[in-house]
Design a protein around this ligand. Sequence first.
Ligand code: CDT
Length: 311
Amino acid sequence: MNRSVVVGAAQLGPIARSESRADVVDRLIALLSEAHRAGCELVVYPELALTTFFPRWYTEDSDEIDGYFERSMPGPETSRLFDEAARLGIGFCLGYGELTPTGEHFNTQILVERDGSVVGRYRKVHLPGHEEHEPWRRFQHLERRYFDPGPDGFGVWKAFGGVVGMAICNDRRWPETYRVLGLQGCEMALIGYNTPIHYAPDPSQDSLAGFHNNLVMAAGAYQNGMFVVGVAKGGVEEGVDGLCQSQIIAPSGQVLAQCITNGDELAAARCDLDWCARYKKTLFDFDRYRRPEMYRLIVDQVGVVVPPHAR
Ligand code: CDT
């Protein structure tokens, strides 16, 4: 059985605050058409792909914030995307703000199969930034104010002929994300992101944003024998420069395809899912080599505790 899948990383350039959902969906569909011409079976869009990255602004107006969220998926503005993708026989992964019927707000990503059915939903686990207005920053990063932490953990789904997992933006910096996916046999992790290049708590990291982006995703891919598809919304959005460099990474850690602009762009690659076994069954044969009894601190402890003998 051929287990290769052609994947498109559908990077988005900036989305202005004033841009309507209809305009954004037009852009998503344009990338879908390009993906169809490139032979893609799966298209991955960024985190919060339907709006500007609103956590950069502080507000106490909950109606204003709720305006950035979707109450249903597909909804009135997004059903066109679902219809067109199903017509073309392309599946997709889409990040958006999810407002549940009980009033919870999640930073969510869904996985849609080629027939238009939603096969998976992931709600962001690691929420970065801060809760309160911090006027000293050039811009805010208020994900911890506007989103509830995802309660479901990192799941995988049988889709596109393999085992597919999802994570969102800051999750990609944490090795636990990939390992929990890897322990469930994940062969391809789909990760949307919005990464401001300026990091206010330590601006010395600004010039390393691209390096760190590849470092964490390539390490996660290699150490778990999986493909990683990282997709940005970047460019200068409402005055804030966001990292682009969307990339498709092989289980070897090598980059198969990468976007080169700061705008809407598709990078595509054929991913042979059987390639994962080369790593999963050799160097990273978890069954044979892992020593979980030696890793207890990882689940028993959150922060750093220096043992008394090392103080
Ligand atoms: N969207 C997102 O998670 N961005 C974070 C920014 C961290 S700085 C507050 C990231 O890890 O890229």
